[in-house]
Design a protein around this ligand. Structure first.
Ligand SMILES: C[S@@+](CC[C@H](N)C(=O)[O-])C[C@H]1O[C@@H](n2cnc3c(N)ncnc32)[C@H](O)[C@@H]1O
Length: 578
């Protein structure tokens, strides 16, 4: 049996760019006047060699006038204004380095217009700059160079300013002084957990973690010792391990999932207090009922949920009832029903984290206390997931400040609403820039792309709400440039530049015409927005309707952009005929 339960990737380490500090250079040749002999500190914001978009990012950096491999020199004689300009340049560079696929796909007009591509990317860029400065300072080589400390201060100021723009409001419904959560926290502390966070019930998200005090950038909000983490190491002590290890191809994740199904009923479990805090129902897309699934008709989420559920059902059927029949003492039938299996899948999808252990192995874990942290697109905690081998613990450091009484958020990953609904059962506050709609477009084969060309830039295409774009002018329309270039290139391989020739304008009209008919069809497939007249809808139907409304809003923005674009083009064409 080959078993692989898909688990979401919440590790944020792998996508991190490498930040390297090179050694101090005193380059007299750079300084004309020897009286200004100066200590240069070279700060290197380096592209990760493993970045799948390395080539594209290098090209953008070059277009922006940066040497992709080069360093940036900071001088001890910098005035405050020079320091600000230096930081601005570093930020521009760090933004590009830290773009993810979606941001990169949609970023080109933002880069042309000044560089800010979104709050998440901005926070990531500032965080990466701070890390490189801290590394320089902690190396001890630059103790006398105040300018680095000044650069750190202005970077922190920027992070504070950004935090004020994010403003994610949390209404605390009640704290958890007498609850299971409090017992778990006390148990955690007795077992070595260090926390600056309390647990409370928050509006719209169950429990959440609230800052007890003002927590600054770089402070550790939460530290969980390895001994408290639920990982595959526990399996080896369990009576089910000898049975499970005989199953060909079973993953450690699946074994752990089966272990948790039984352990949650074990009154003597070391993790009893943890299991006591878990909800009876997770309410993710995986538990959507028939009405909710039907309400999703015309959306890709319907397919995503149905496929995910089918995948889990196949896995369940491969294991059960066989395991209960053959090992009834180890796998009691009443604990291994389909409903309980689905509950455990939802637990692991919505609450697990991938952690890099000191042996270099990535393990999927449940992490008591840390499991109360809710997700945000602009979180306080962005980088976690590696065991600190000196303390043997997992640390959750802050990338932006969190004031006392505020909810402290984590990043689960750069997920779209469809992923969050399917595996976590919620939507983020505010518009999610990762809400993209993938397009099934024939892309040219490699051999057709030897000479490059507009159609060959990307081999997957997507759209998102055009309200995210700042550029709705002719040749842009708020639509992604790679998609437009692809459609142009497919019509005329010789498309080179966006000049307003009659031929180009006519091609543009055709491109927008095609997009209109595609999205009119997709809008029609969603059906009419109807009000459910059966009273307050169930939680799942509510989520499904919200998702459908979001799809409608996205399609509608694209159609508006296409119609407006066509009007602009017709006006320009008219000028050519008179
Ligand atoms: C790791 S748990 C976080 C703790 C959870 N709130 C609880 O009470 O157990 C993940 C779950 O929290 C909820 N959640 C996380 N972030 C959220 C957010 N920004 N808005 C609403 N619900 C959220 C979702 O139900 C998700 O499946």
């Amino acid at each position: 049996m080959k078993l692989l339960v898909l688990l979401p990737n919440r590790l944020t380490l792998s996508s991190r760019s490498l930040l390297v500090l090179s050694s101090v250079k005193i380059d007299k040749n750079m300084i004309g006047d020897t009286s200004e002999i100066d200590n240069d500190v070279q700060l290197v914001l380096e592209l990760s060699k493993g970045d799948p978009f390395l080539g594209k990012k290098k090209r953008i950096l070059e277009v922006m006038g940066f040497d992709p491999e080069g360093s940036m020199s900071i001088r001890s004689s910098f005035t405050p204004d020079q320091l600000t300009s230096f930081l601005d340049m570093m930020i521009q560079r760090a933004r590009i380095i830290n773009l993810d696929e979606v941001e990169l796909y949609f970023s080109e007009d933002a880069i042309d217009l000044g560089g800010f591509t979104g709050l998440r990317n901005e926070l990531e860029a500032l965080d990466s700059i701070l890390k490189v400065i801290d590394k320089a300072l902690s190396s001890g080589k630059y103790a006398t160079i105040n300018v680095l400390q000044n650069l750190r201060d202005v970077t922190l100021d920027r992070i504070h300013e950004l935090g004020k723009r994010i403003g994610e409001e949390t209404r605390i419904l009640r704290d958890s002084n007498s609850d299971n959560e409090k017992c778990l926290l006390e148990w955690g502390v007795k077992n070595g957990v260090k926390t600056k966070l309390d647990i409370a019930h928050v509006e719209g998200a169950g429990r959440g973690a609230i800052a007890r005090e003002d927590i600054e950038v770089g402070d550790i909000a939460l530290e969980i010792p390895l001994s408290v983490i639920i990982s595959e190491d526990l399996l080896h002590e369990s009576d089910m391990f000898p049975v499970l290890e005989q199953i060909d191809g079973i993953s450690a994740e699946t074994m752990l999932l089966l272990w948790s199904m039984k352990e949650k009923h074990n009154q003597d479990s070391k993790y009893k207090l943890y299991f006591d805090t878990l909800p009876e129902e997770f309410n993710t897309g995986l538990s959507f009922g028939v009405d909710a699934v039907m309400a999703l008709d015309g959306t890709l989420l319907l397919e995503e949920i149905v496929q995910a559920k089918e995948h889990l059902r196949i896995q369940y059927d491969e294991l059960f009832p066989a395991l209960c029949d053959c090992h009834p003492d180890v796998f009691p039938r009443e604990l291994y029903t389909w409903e309980q299996f689905l509950w455990a899948c939802e637990l692991w999808y919505s609450n697990s984290m991938k952690v890099m252990f000191s042996d270099g192995k990535l393990r999927t874990c449940l992490i008591p206390v840390a499991g109360f942290l809710n997700h945000s697109m602009c979180p306080h905690i962005m980088h976690y997931g590696r065991i600190d081998s000196t303390t043997n613990s997992l640390k959750f450091p802050l990338s932006r400040p969190c004031n006392a009484g505020e909810q402290c958020f984590l990043s689960y990953g750069n997920f779209s609403s469809s992923h969050l609904v399917t595996f976590y059962g919620f939507f983020t506050q505010g518009d999610n820039p990762h809400d993209v709609i993938p397009l099934d477009i024939d892309v040219p084969q490699d051999e057709d792309c030897e000479d490059g060309g507009a159609a060959c830039e990307w081999n997957t295409h997507m759209v998102r709400g055009t309200w995210f774009s700042k550029n709705h002018a002719i040749f842009n329309y708020g639509l992604p440039r790679p998609l437009l270039n692809h459609l142009r290139g497919a019509r005329t391989p010789t498309w080179e530049s966006n000049t307003q020739t009659r031929e180009n304008l006519e091609i543009e009209l055709e491109v927008l015409g095609d997009l209109c008919s595609t999205f009119e069809g997709m809008m029609e497939a969603l059906g009419e927005a109807t009000l459910d007249d059966r009273g307050t809808p169930q939680w799942d139907v509510k989520l499904a309707l919200e998702f459908k409304a979001l799809q409608r809003r996205i399609f509608s923005s694209i159609l508006t952009s296409c119609y407006t674009g066509r009007k602009l083009l017709e006006l320009e064409l008219h000028k050519h005929t008179v």
